[in-house]
Design a protein around this ligand. Structure first.
Ligand SMILES: [Cu+2]
Length: 210
C-alpha cells in the first residue's frame, strides 16, 4: 500500500513537471511549453502558418497530459494579436485522461459572417488541478474547400481518454451533494454517485491524505 501511494505521488509529481498540452491539428502557433500559462495564447504571437478550416467548422486534435482538465474552445476573428476570443465554440467540460483527444467537428455559429477566406484563431484552454489556465492558439483561414483536412480516421481518442459533462447537480444517485475529499467515506460515496474522473481524483487525494 505504501508502495502504491509512492507511485501515485511520483505520477502526480511527473504530471506537474511535464504538464501542459500540445495541439496537433489545426497547427498550433508553436511550442508554448514554457509560457503556456500566459493569456490569451500561451505566450506565442499570431503566425502566418494558417490551417485551412471548413467554413462550417472542423476538427481539433490535441494531446493533453493531465489526468483531467476543464476544457474550452473559443474563436476570435481577425489576423493579428488584437484578436478577442469572444465566441465560445465548446463550453466547459471535464476532459479526462492523457494521450490524444479529438473533437470530430466543432460547429460554427451562422451569425458571425464567416465566409471563404475569413481569418481567425482558435483558442484551446485547459484548467487543471492547480487552478492555472493553460492556453494554446491555432491560426486558421476558413475555407469552403480546405486543402489539408484532418482525416476522420485520425480523429480518435486514445485509450482512457474522454470527456465528462459538467453539471451543477449529481449525475445520478440523488443523494447529498458530494463532500470535500477530506473524509474517505464521503469520497467513496461521491465515486459511487458517478462522479467519474473527478471522483477518482478525489479518491487519490484522499488516499494521500489518509
Ligand atoms: Cu501542465
Amino acid at each position: 500500500m505504501i508502495a502504491n501511494q509512492l507511485l501515485i505521488v511520483l505520477a502526480f509529481g511527473m504530471s506537474l513537471v511535464s504538464a501542459h498540452f500540445r495541439v496537433e491539428y489545426p497547427y498550433w502557433r508553436g511550442d508554448s511549453f514554457k509560457t503556456q500559462y500566459t493569456r490569451p495564447c500561451g505566450g506565442v504571437n499570431v503566425t502566418h502558418n494558417r490551417t485551412q478550416w471548413p467554413v462550417d467548422g472542423g476538427s481539433i486534435l490535441f494531446k493533453p497530459s493531465h489526468h483531467w482538465a476543464l476544457t474550452y474552445v473559443n474563436l476570435g476573428l481577425g489576423d493579428d494579436d488584437s484578436i478577442i476570443f469572444n465566441t465560445t465554440l465548446v463550453h466547459g467540460f471535464n476532459q479526462t485522461g492523457n494521450g490524444t483527444f479529438c473533437f470530430p467537428k466543432i460547429s460554427i455559429p451562422t451569425n458571425l459572417g464567416i465566409q471563404d477566406g475569413t481569418n481567425a484563431s482558435l483558442q484551446l484552454v485547459q484548467v487543471s488541478d492547480g487552478g492555472s489556465s493553460l492556453y494554446n492558439c491555432m491560426d486558421i483561414t476558413f475555407s469552403k474547400s480546405p486543402s489539408n483536412l484532418l482525416a476522420q480516421n485520425m480523429c480518435v481518442n486514445s485509450t482512457g481518454v474522454g470527456g465528462v459533462a459538467i453539471s451543477s447537480t449529481p449525475t445520478s444517485g440523488g443523494g447529498s451533494p458530494s463532500a470535500s475529499p477530506s473524509h474517505a467515506g464521503a469520497v467513496s460515496n461521491a465515486g459511487a454517485m458517478g462522479m467519474g474522473a473527478v471522483g477518482l481524483f478525489a479518491m487519490v487525494i484522499a488516499s494521500l491524505l489518509a
